[in-house]
Design a protein around this ligand. Structure first.
Ligand SMILES: Cc1ncc(C[n+]2csc(CCOP(=O)(O)OP(=O)(O)O)c2C)c(N)n1
Length: 375
């Protein structure tokens, strides 16, 4: 018996999509369940994080597609523009468009109804899919998304799924509730080095690895200290460093190191939960914590007062965490060669080193990293 969910999944498979990421919408719950079963699938904590993970996955040679609710587009626009479109990376976004058909939740109207205008304003191309007959449009457009390396949204009207024989209720099983009691807080000495000195110290351990460096001064400092073609210099999209590195690590056998910042991690901390869940054995997240937004004038972040990023990582399920405040501890942390997801919380003093801008254009950066990860 015909089911629109089956047809869409076949179309997506035919376009050689090999990874999906989603954050649920009730209107596509059956579709999502089937997507989870049929594809390598990443459950997200926030839609924006998914854009970063899909960007990293694209750099690792994967074709990914996201499944989100229209409200989720509000959480994605900056990453879609300043990461995906900027670096010319492909992403198909299937959007369950709310507020337009038999909508019972008033809060869905503003975002759902204005979605086409928002996408138009943002310069994100989209196709309106109003009925199963329109799925042919997806079949026509989807291969172009990957051939031309661009972003395209498919707005799925809830009417598509009405009367589908595939509709089913998810079986809820009894799940254990995670309970991790962190070790006693360890005393560490105050930080002894700046971000620049930290990158200098870890530089010998970056050779032959893909490195994602946070936007602003961290990228410029890494470029000045140790340029290599496997460095992905972020030039925008704050909060996306760890998602990009996670996407790379699940798409490539190469080791990946992320140089993130405290302000940026606080913007998307949920990625630590997603990383713990996926548990790649080739990812190190180095959070350089200078308790400030160093690139914008060193305004204080909350890691100086109430947030311990190592405990955050542990709380989100990453077991292998280390806190460092000296070059020796940092060297030891980078050297300890055990495979597995690692989170290094490197305490730093604020400040930027006066280094030149990166003289490489963004498309060259992308192509070099793509070539490193896929060959
Ligand atoms: C969404 C968004 N908000 C704000 C900015 C401005 N901005 C660029 S870098 C940065 C600070 C990043 O701080 P952190 O991650 O702690 O790294 P640090 O520069 O201290 O190494 C900010 C606020 C931005 N680029 N994007």
């Amino acid at each position: 018996m015909y089911s629109p969910e089956e047809e869409l999944i076949t179309i997506v498979k035919n376009a050689a999509v090999d990874m999906t990421a989603s954050l649920p919408c009730e209107k596509i719950k059956t579709l999502l369940e089937m997507v989870e079963e049929r594809f390598f699938h990443v459950p997200l904590t926030r839609e924006e994080e998914g854009v970063g993970i899909c960007a990293g996955a694209a750099l690792g040679g994967r074709r990914s597609a996201m499944f989100v609710q229209s409200s989720g587009i509000g959480n994605m626009v900056n990453a879609l523009l300043s990461l995906m479109q900027f670096y010319e990376l492909p992403l198909a976004v299937f959007v369950s468009q709310r507020g337009i058909y038999k909508e019972k939740i008033a809060a869905q109207f503003p975002m759902g109804q204005r979605l086409p205008a928002i996408l138009n304003g943002a310069g994100i191309p989209f196709s309106v899919i109003s009925s199963p007959a329109d799925l042919i449009v997806v079949a026509q457009k989807l291969p172009e998304v990957y051939a031309d390396s661009r972003v395209h949204a498919f707005l799925l009207n809830p009417a598509i799924w009405e009367g589908s024989p595939a509709q089913r209720a998810r079986q809820l099983d009894q799940r254990p509730i995670a309970c991790m009691i962190p070790e006693q807080r360890r005393e560490v000495s105050p930080p002894a080095c700046s971000r620049y000195e930290i990158i200098e110290t870890i530089a010998p351990y970056l050779s032959g690895k893909a490195v994602v460096s946070n936007l602003g001064w961290p990228s410029k400092e890494l470029h000045a200290i140790k340029h290599q073609e496997s460095n992905f210099y972020m030039l925008g999209s704050m909060g996306m460093a760890s998602p990009i590195g996670l996407g790379m690590s699940i798409s490539s056998g190469k080791d990946v190191v992320v140089i993130d910042g405290d302000g940026s991690l606080l913007m998307n901390p949920g990625v630590l939960a997603t990383a713990a869940h996926l548990a790649p054995d080739n990812l190190t997240i180095l959070a350089i914590d200078n308790s400030s937004y160093g690139s914008t004038g060193s305004q204080e972040t909350l890691t100086g007062s109430c947030v311990d990023l190592e405990l955050v990582a542990r709380g989100f399920g990453i077991g292998n965490t280390l806190k460092t405040s000296t070059k020796e501890q940092l060297t030891e942390a980078m050297r300890s060669g055990s495979k597995g997801l690692k989170f290094i919380h490197a305490l730093a003093v604020p400040g930027n080193r006066d280094v030149p801008n990166i003289p490489i254009d963004h498309i060259t950066i992308k192509n070099q990293v793509l070539s490193f990860l896929t060959t």
